[in-house]
Design a protein around this ligand. Structure first.
Ligand SMILES: *Cc1c(COP(=O)(O)O)cnc(C)c1O
Length: 499
């Protein structure tokens, strides 16, 4: 080694600029033409592996410029683009361009947002982001929290805080095996995170009380209360109720006021899963749907959904953030007292599961400032309007059945023209037809939808969390769906001559 060190991984200033400018050029071309590309090329995993090649670990390096340009082509040529204006699958949004720049800046500075001393400004930016998110949804500024990787982690973080707060105190030392049977309550429409949580955190799947939903897919609060009472009689220890602020299939929002009252009555933790729907609270016509969330002990949000942040960004908000410290810190907060009057530094490793942490707050913080509250109100309001347009067009179309519409999720299905209502096996056939249709659409690259089962009907589902989608896109996708629906129907009929 020479006196002055030369590392093979270092880039000179000149190299960095050249490679960086090229990359920025390529990304701007990509974003500028994203609507002209197929949503996905529909290739199989085997075809993808072939394109990637299966060379073994390189022994020696190669020039960074060549590597970056090849990799840009590889990704732009072979990805699914959730930033495409006709992408409405699952709940995955178009990503803010400023978020891409934010991630570059965050990675370059590389603060470790686990500890204040390692990330003095980044920690404060994360704190401000959390405060702004609380303001965004209109809860008390006393809520505190942490940014996490996504909705699942946001819900897990809250779940653990609830368990610490409501389970017998001894579980911190003894574990949960000797305590009474802990139980948790949520509607049948709850996202799969709850099953992972009870498996991972020791309660077991039998601890979940799946509460029935009413016809609009909201939790039946009378059934909730009855179940809690039965469990108390049987010696269980109810700890928390989860309300959905926008269920993942149909966007229904539970009656939060009712749930909150039940939680107060039985001293239970009230958690709101707002991973998808909660940003809609800033739309004046939607606001009252969320009445009661200000009472929540914890709220899960997901900026990488309806705040359009690039992956990954979730957020847990807790009414009394001390519950996070009680759960995740092994040093009580009073250890941090020093002789000054200043408040102690906030160390995020004490607020969640991670130790070293990246600067995911930056992309959220920048987007909130780029467009402000009013910009989000406009974009979210338009997403909801477009979803309503899709629902109306489906309702009017003779070959489509509109099934449900809440927030920005519409569900509907294709029904062939002149299809007889009394045909034997009709329901099974329509389910099969729509499933085939979805497969065809997902691989076709013109539009990307996902599915939902609503009232036992297999439906196509469009969730619009996409600031690039226009009315024109919505009109075009109706045409696409009907055209492909006809094709799949005639293929199925021809294939099994049952019709
Ligand atoms: C998406 C979603 C989740 C999970 O969020 P991820 O970001 O995918 O981890 C949880 N709950 C609801 C209601 C969701 O919509």
């Amino acid at each position: 080694m020479d006196e002055s060190r030369k590392s093979p991984i270092e880039l000179t200033k000149k190299e960095f600029r050249e490679i960086g400018y090229q990359l920025i050029n390529d990304i701007s071309d990509f974003l500028d033409t994203i609507d002209k590309k197929p949503v996905t090329n529909g290739k199989s995993p085997a075809q993808m592996q072939k394109i990637l090649g299966n060379s073994s670990l390189p022994e020696n390096g190669m020039p960074a410029a060549e590597l970056m340009s090849k990799t840009t082509d590889l990704l732009i040529g072979n990805s699914l683009f959730n930033g495409h204006p006709k992408f409405f699958g699952y709940i995955t949004s178009s990503a803010t361009p400023i978020g891409a720049l934010a991630d570059l800046l965050a990675a370059a500075v590389n603060p470790n947002v686990g500890a204040h001393i390692l990330s003095p400004m980044a920690t404060e930016i994360e704190r401000q982001t959390i405060k702004w998110l609380a303001e965004f949804i209109g809860v008390s500024p006393n809520y505190g929290g942490i940014l996490v990787s996504g909705g699942n982690m946001a819900n897990f973080t809250a779940f653990l805080a609830a368990r610490t707060a409501k389970a017998p105190k001894s579980i911190k030392e003894d574990g949960i095996s000797n305590s009474a049977k802990l139980t948790v309550y949520c509607s049948k429409a709850t996202h799969t995170w709850i099953e992972k949580a009870v498996v991972l955190f020791g309660l077991g799947t039998k601890s979940i009380r799946w509460i029935a939903t009413d016809r609009s897919n909201k939790m039946d609060n009378a059934a909730l209360e009855k179940t809690i009472q039965d469990d108390l009689k049987n010696g269980c220890k109810p700890i928390m109720v989860i309300g959905a602020a926008g269920d993942v299939s149909t966007g229904a929002v539970d009656d939060m006021k009712g749930i909150s009252a039940i939680c107060k009555k039985y001293d239970l933790w009230f958690h709101v899963d707002g991973a998808y729907g909660i940003p809609a609270i800033i739309i004046p016509e939607q606001k009252s749907l969320f009445d009661g969330i200000r009472e929540a002990d914890s709220i899960a949000m997901d900026p990488h959904k309806w705040l359009y942040s690039p992956l990954e960004a979730g957020c847990t908000l807790v009414k009394n953030p001390q519950h996070l410290i009680d759960t995740f810190s092994s040093h009580p907060v009073y250890y941090h007292f020093d002789s000054t009057d200043e408040e102690p530094a906030q160390n995020y490793y004490e607020y969640g599961l991670q130790n070293s942490r990246g600067f995911r707050a930056l992309k959220v913080w920048l987007a909130l400032q780029q467009v402000g509250r009013s910009g989000y109100e406009k974009m979210i309001g338009e997403d909801i309007e477009l979803s309503g347009l899709l629902f109306d067009l489906a309702k009017k179309h003779p070959e489509l059945e509109a099934v449900s519409q809440n927030l920005s999720i519409a569900t509907f299905r294709y029904i062939p023209e002149n299809y007889k209502n009394d045909t034997e096996g009709k329901d099974e056939y329509l389910d099969r037809l729509n499933e085939e249709l979805l497969n065809e659409l997902q691989h076709g690259g013109e539009v990307f939808l996902s599915n939902a089962v609503v009232g036992e009907k297999y439906c196509l589902r469009a969730c619009i969390v996409n600031f690039r989608t226009s009315k024109k896109d919505i009109r075009e996708i109706v045409e696409i769906i009907v055209r492909v629906g006809r094709k799949v129907h005639s293929k199925l009929c021809f294939g099994n001559n049952a019709m």
